[in-house]
Write a protein that binds this ligand. Structure first.
Ligand code: GDP
Length: 433
């Protein structure tokens, strides 16, 4: 989907406008990863069109001067977005800082919309004319806090984005390799593409959206999304955690399967958990790669011990396969391909309604529901409503009688019965009258 970035100096109301556009739709799915999702990246919908929105103001470099800060924002917007919304404060007139932002933005050929914020009522409408001097076209008056003019701004956004559907091959497995800096994402990508019998068909690196690499291995087509290492490295902001999360989120969006890389030598840090948490929340297939295994001093028990440790550190990823490998020596890199394929196949699996219901009846016979929240859950029937992730609706007497541990139990039953390794599954309860 297209990406829109909001930029502008501090306190002009970027986040207010962001929140207005995104509304309450942003979902904080679960807090399992201990991640409080920063509201800097979200999906927005307007007139049936969908786009992604970034609030660059949320990506801050601690102790940075105004100039550095705004430079980073502008660079990120130019790098990541298809369209930029430049926000200014209509109550203050054009400031030098606005002029500075405008100069930075002029470097890009991408469309820019100028939103003049804090025009809360008609008394201020004449203030907007000043802003023609920024050379950004017609200023659009808005009031983020009052929700005025947001519809007009959204109309302009939609008008300037390209919504032609990207065509893609249904047999192709799209995956991305994510992880914090230096865990070996680029090395792993190179190892994958350099494997025996891997035929790389194209590497494009010209536009933002085309940093994908298609290849074929043993008759299966794959595409690495946002190929690590294909991006120019060395920008200051690349090391900002929020920025790497932003990047990870946008690659996750386009993938079927997420390969989360951690550094086997260094151990797991908070940032790894954040990255993995986002992969989990996206509901895509997940594989956990422990890289740099060549550097780990080990005996025959090390791997088992490490796996146990990882299982407790990434509890919510209990469905993910863990593989210990070395991008450097290629040890076990060939074994990654079948795992990616398994995860893809399972996340697209549809089960028969009759078998599904048999499994649930059996599950309840083995482990009957007990009273919870003043009542006892009765499951009437179930349906699989979608894939990626496989999602099941349970029609019940009252959803509030479902204890989370019973939900967990049902998930495990479904997983064992149908083979959902490598993919999360979702269970939704609906009241049936
Ligand atoms: P990225 O930032 O995640 O893309 O990480 P890089 O691929 O640039 O790797 C960071 C550093 O770790 C580089 O010096 C690599 O040579 C090194 N590295 C990556 N994978 C391995 C591995 O499996 N074994 C060893 N010994 N070093 C590795």
């Amino acid at each position: 989907a297209s990406v829109v970035a909001i930029v502008g100096r501090a306190n002009v109301g970027k986040s207010t406008i962001f929140n207005r556009i995104v509304g309450e739709r942003i979902s904080i799915v679960e807090d399992v990863a201990g991640v409080t999702r920063d509201r800097i990246y979200a999906t927005a919908t307007w007139l049936t069109k969908e786009f992604r929105l970034i609030d660059t103001g949320g990506i801050e470099l601690k102790d940075a001067s105004f100039v550095t800060q705004i430079k980073i924002q502008a660079e990120i917007a130019i790098e990541e977005a298809d369209l930029i919304v430049f926000v200014v404060n209509g109550r203050e007139g054009v400031t030098q800082e606005d002029e500075y932002v405008a100069r930075l933005l002029q470097k890009t050929k991408k469309p820019i919309l100028l939103a003049v914020n804090k025009i809360d009522d008609n008394a201020f409408i004449n203030e907007i004319y000043d802003f023609y001097s920024l050379g950004m076209g017609d200023p659009i008056p808005v009031s983020g806090s009052h929700g005025i003019g947001i519809g007009d701004l959204l109309d302009e956004i939609i008008k300037n984005l390209d919504f032609t559907e990207e065509e893609f091959d249904e047999d192709e497995i799209r995956f991305s390799i994510i992880g914090r800096p230096n865990v070996g994402k680029s090395s792993l990508t190179n190892a994958i593409l350099g494997e025996e019998r891997v035929i790389v068909s194209n590497i494009e690196g010209t536009t933002r959206d085309a940093i994908d690499t298609a290849f074929e291995k043993d008759g299966q087509k794959y595409r690495v999304i946002d190929t690590a290492g294909m991006r120019k490295k060395g920008k200051v902001y690349e090391s900002i955690e929020k920025y790497s999360i932003l990047r990870a989120l946008s690659s996750i969006e386009k993938s079927d399967v997420i390969v989360v890389v951690i550094d086997g030598q260094r151990g797991v840090i908070e940032q790894d958990k954040h990255v993995a948490g986002y992969a989990h929340e996206a509901g895509k297939g997940v594989i956990l790669v422990v890289n740099k295994w060549d550097l780990v001093e080990k005996d025959e028990k090390t791997m088992q011990k490490k796996e146990k440790e990882l299982r407790s550190q990434f509890k919510y990823l209990d469905y993910a396969r863990i593989i210990f490998l070395s991008a450097k020596t290629h040890q076990r890199v060939p074994q990654l391909f079948p795992l990616i394929e398994e995860s893809f196949v399972n996340s697209h699996k549809r089960v028969q309604t009759s078998v599904l219901n048999d499994v649930l009846v059996d599950a309840q016979a083995i482990n009957p529901t007990t009273t919870f929240n003043g009542g006892r859950l009765k499951i009437f029937y179930a349906n699989q409503v979608s894939v990626c992730p496989p999602t099941f609706i349970l029609f019940v007497n009252d959803p509030q009688y479902l204890h989370f541990s019973y939900k967990r139990y049902l998930e495990n039953r479904l997983r064992d019965s149908f083979g959902f390794e490598g993919t999360p599954i979702h269970i939704i309860c609906r009241k049936r009258d």
